[in-house]
Each structure stands twice: as structure tokens, then as C-alpha cells.
Design a protein around this ligand. Structure first.
Ligand SMILES: [Zn+2]
Length: 260
């Protein structure tokens, strides 16, 4: 079964490179080791390494500059195809799609999370304390901060690479100049922290119903569209009665946090 062994080697090589990029062992902007070194480290042939590098370059994670080496360009796959596809949709449509991804990932995370995932999420909440920009809306060099670590780890915990890739690509699209100035964070630092704690608490208890509610609530008062008068446009219009029901659930979740 030479073919199967070959694809196994290819998978192993891809996983090795990806791991070094996503964990930050090779930070964005750094040059990765040269082909023969990698081949030796991974225990595969040089052509297998070359193939894996090419594949990661095609999704925007690596870039090979002739005569200079291969550099890390992004810690997450940024598919040009996805970006081109999303170009045809309105900001409202993209944001609503992103909301769906967040809620599904949170639900999956409540089912598939490991103890290590919980520890990492907890650490992210601590590290991001005081941060109102979740996921922050910045441009230029700070743009990667768009994916708050808490949210990215949530997608890791969901153990679904497709959800994670679509999320990264969607965030990428939201950062495009076309949408600049049309999005805002409306949650305060305290609200963000409390929301994240509530989400994590539900995930820890493997309660996917609470998780879904906590995340839906969070995304609705996190990143929102602003109109020409710089007023936030809520993702979903709610009647006072509906808002009251949401508030009751939220308060129950917050009370749980203080009583634990
Ligand atoms: Zn958040």
C-alpha cells in the first residue's frame, strides 16, 4: 500500500507545519527552516515537504520568496476563494453568517472540549481581561487581533477544522476596506469578560443549551453594524418581552458564576 503510506506522510508533514504555525512556534513574519532541515525533522522526503509548503501557501499561511526562503504569512488559513465568494454578499449577510459559525462552534465545543481546552480558554479570559475589542476591529498590523484568542480557542475546542477555517476567512473579509468604519464593538470590557465567563461555565458543564444562549447573547452585543449616524444596528430586533426573557436567562447565568 505504497500510496496510502505516501498520503500518510503527506498528512503528517502538513500537520507538523500547521502545528508550528498555529501554536506560534513559527510566528507570523518569521522564516521557517529550509526544506532539507524540515525533511530531516519530520522524517520524510524533500518532495513531500515541498508539496505541503505549496499547499499551505495556497491557503495564505505561507509564502515562498525565491532566493529568500519561506515565510509565515498568517496563523490561520485565509482562502482567497472564500474571500472572493463573500465579496458578493452584504455586510449584514456576512455578519449573520459569522454569528451562525460562532454559535455552532460554541455548541460543538461544549460537547468536544477537553480538559486542556478548558484550561486554555480560562487562561485566555484572564489574558484578555479589560479588552473591549472582542474580536477587536483593528486594521493594519494589529488586524490579527480581530480573532480574540478566546474565540479562536473556542473553534479549536469544537474540533471542527472547517468551522475554524470559515471563521478565519470571514473575519478576514470583515477586515477588508469595503467594510471599514461600518462595524463597532459595543460591549464594555466588563460585559465581555462576564459573557466569556458565562460561555466557558456552560461549556465546562457540557450544557450545550446554556452554551448556545450565552454565545447568541454575546455575539448580539459584541460586534455590530453601525449606520451613517454611528448608531449601532442590532442584529436581531426584539420586542421588550423578548428582551426581558433574554435578560432573565443572562442574569441566571451570571448568578451561577458568582455562586460557584
Ligand atoms: Zn467575545
Amino acid at each position: 500500500m505504497a500510496a496510502a503510506t505516501g498520503s500518510e506522510r503527506a498528512r503528517k508533514t502538513l500537520a507538523y507545519l500547521r502545528r508550528h504555525i498555529t501554536t506560534g512556534t513559527w510566528p507570523v513574519g518569521s522564516r521557517i527552516p529550509i526544506e532539507p532541515e524540515l525533511a530531516e525533522q519530520i522524517g520524510v522526503g524533500r518532495s513531500t515537504v515541498r508539496e505541503a509548503v505549496r499547499s499551505l501557501a495556497s491557503i495564505g499561511m505561507l509564502e515562498t520568496l525565491p532566493g529568500r526562503g519561506t515565510f509565515v504569512r498568517s496563523a490561520a488559513p485565509t482562502s482567497t476563494l472564500l474571500n472572493q465568494f463573500l465579496n458578493d454578499f452584504t455586510l449584514e449577510e456576512i455578519l449573520s453568517y459569522r454569528r451562525a459559525l460562532e454559535i455552532e462552534a460554541a455548541q460543538q465545543a461544549s460537547i468536544h472540549r477537553s480538559e486542556e481546552d478548558l484550561a486554555a480558554l480560562e487562561q485566555a479570559i484572564r489574558d484578555e481581561q479589560g479588552c473591549t475589542r472582542c474580536p477587536v476591529l483593528l486594521s493594519g498590523a494589529e488586524a490579527t487581533a480581530f480573532d480574540s484568542r478566546f474565540h479562536r480557542l473556542l473553534f479549536d475546542s469544537a474540533k471542527n477544522r472547517l468551522l475554524a477555517a470559515l471563521y478565519a476567512g470571514t473575519n478576514d473579509q470583515l477586515r477588508s476596506p469595503a467594510h471599514r468604519g461600518r462595524l463597532a464593538n459595543v460591549a464594555s470590557a466588563k460585559e465581555v469578560e462576564l459573557d466569556h465567563k458565562r460561555i466557558l461555565d456552560a461549556i465546562r458543564r457540557r450544557d450545550f443549551i446554556d452554551t448556545v444562549h450565552a454565545m447568541a447573547d454575546h455575539v448580539d452585543h459584541d460586534v455590530v453594524i453601525v449606520n451613517d449616524q454611528h448608531e449601532a444596528v442590532p442584529a436581531l430586533a426584539r420586542s421588550p418581552e423578548q428582551q426581558q426573557r433574554i435578560d432573565v436567562v443572562r442574569e441566571a447565568g451570571e448568578q451561577r458564576l458568582t455562586s460557584v
